[in-house]
Design a protein around this ligand. Structure first.
Ligand code: DSN
Length: 426
């Protein structure tokens, strides 16, 4: 067959883009060569509907070993009793939890998307908001932190069946115990989506939500630095409290409901090549080097937040406990939208994303904020001392986002800086 020059040229250009730029999207990272190799392996050829030892296809005995390895390593990483490594993404993992815990139309409570929440925690355009009755809590305007009092008030008044903690753009630690307490009071299931800080949690640098939540979901590609994908975990299995029964009238354990909700409930054949890559990443995350990496991610984020504040920017909540931060542009540049800022920075090879800030007066398409994170630049090898340099480059672009001259001079400095940091071994 003819070599696909067209497609492989696209891949080569994306590789080049990743190498020359400063990657600050809080949910992105660079995987190891081993993770990449497992993902691009012959395991992609195998159908394996079902679970290890109970498949609907023959010839699964080898991929069973890869899936078991992923499961055992993930259990060890988070001290979990139950895991499912098959969800294709975080949204798929969340969908399976909804399927296992709720009936269509049931009430659940999650963090407002415009306050840092996630699409699959109740947005009206997502399955969660379309098929279920979504209620939302906010962060406080005064300090940008989760409004636990409001969460409790809504929980007591509305009695949702599921309460969700976790966010896409929230830089602070969560009070999981407080949410569990109100969940117990009203008999709700408590789920944490730890997709963003999972790597920091695995390294013991943030609280482990498995100690408090009934169910935990995550992606595997953010701070955890694995392939794109999702997982579901539980610290302890428990009988389904809603008496949700199978068509035959049996009450099941939550582990059984979750497994069925992933397959055959919402997915078909698992991506065994991605599951193998998850196994590699979980193995890497169990090493002392991974803890050192996460310590550096956190240090870099704190240094970056401090540099932004010193340069006159407002960070929502005034700082960060994790890997990310949300910048409210209105304090320093009230006339620049997140959209304009993102475009100018991308032109200078600094990749970030526009983001709504809590109580934003602009739409999700314009926004008044930018979200930054340090997982990817830390993988590249950047340290605290480099963060003020990055902030100064960003500040130069934002002072003059329409200037080709400024953008091209910043881009030159960015490319020179990043040429010193290796990314791929090939
Ligand atoms: N898109 C992910 C993020 O950037 O946080 C969430 O799905």
């Amino acid at each position: 067959m003819q070599h696909d020059d067209l497609l492989f040229d696209i891949i080569a250009r994306e590789r080049e883009r990743q190498m020359r730029g400063i990657e600050l999207i809080a949910s992105e990272n660079f995987v190891s060569d081993q993770v990449l190799a497992a993902m691009g392996s012959v395991l992609t050829n195998k159908y394996a509907e079902g679970y290890p030892g109970k498949r609907y296809y023959g010839g699964c005995e080898v991929v069973d070993e890869a899936e078991e390895l992923a499961r055992e390593r993930l259990k060890k990483l988070f001290s979990a009793e139950y895991v499912n490594v098959q969800p294709h993404s975080g949204a798929q993992a969340n969908m399976a939890v909804f399927m296992a815990c709720l009936h269509a139309g049931d009430k659940f409570l999650g963090l407002n998307l415009a306050h840092g929440g996630h699409l699959s925690h109740g947005s009206p355009v997502n399955f969660s908001g379309l098929m279920f009755h979504a209620l939302e809590y906010n962060v406080r305007e005064s300090d940008g932190r989760v409004d636990y009092e409001q969460l409790e008030q809504i929980a007591r008044a509305e009695r949702p069946k599921l309460i969700i903690a976790g966010a896409s753009a929230y830089s602070r630690e969560w009070d999981y115990a407080r949410i569990r307490s109100v969940a117990d009071e009203i008999g709700a299931i408590f789920m944490v989506d730890m997709a963003h800080p999972a790597g920091l949690i695995a390294a013991g640098l943030l609280d482990n939500p498995l100690l408090h939540a009934h169910i935990v979901t995550s992606t595997t590609h953010k701070t955890l630095r694995g392939p794109r994908g999702g997982v579901i975990l539980m610290g302890k299995d428990f009988p389904n409290p809603w008496g949700k029964t199978t068509p035959k009238g049996e009450v099941k354990m939550m582990s059984q409901l979750l497994d069925s909700a992933v397959f055959p409930g919402t997915q078909g054949g698992p991506l065994e090549h991605v599951i193998a890559a998850k196994a590699v990443a979980f193995g890497e995350a169990l090493t002392p080097e991974f803890k050192d990496y996460q310590i550096q991610v956190k240090r870099n984020a704190s240094a970056m937040a401090e540099a932004f504040i010193d340069a006159g920017y407002k960070i929502i909540s005034g700082g960060t406990d994790n890997h990310c931060m949300l910048l409210d542009l209105r304090t320093k540049f009230p006339d620049i939208t997140g959209k304009v800022a993102e475009k100018a920075l991308v032109s200078a090879d600094i990749t970030t994303n526009k983001n709504m800030v809590p109580f934003d007066n602009r739409s999700a398409f314009q926004t008044s904020g930018l979200r930054f994170g340090t997982p990817a630049v830390t993988t590249r090898g950047l340290k605290e001392k480099d963060m003020p340099v990055i902030v100064e480059l960003i500040d130069r672009v934002l002072h003059d986002p329409e200037s080709d001259r400024v953008i091209s001079s910043v881009r030159e400095e960015v490319n020179k800086m990043m040429s010193k940091y290796q990314l791929f071994a090939w």
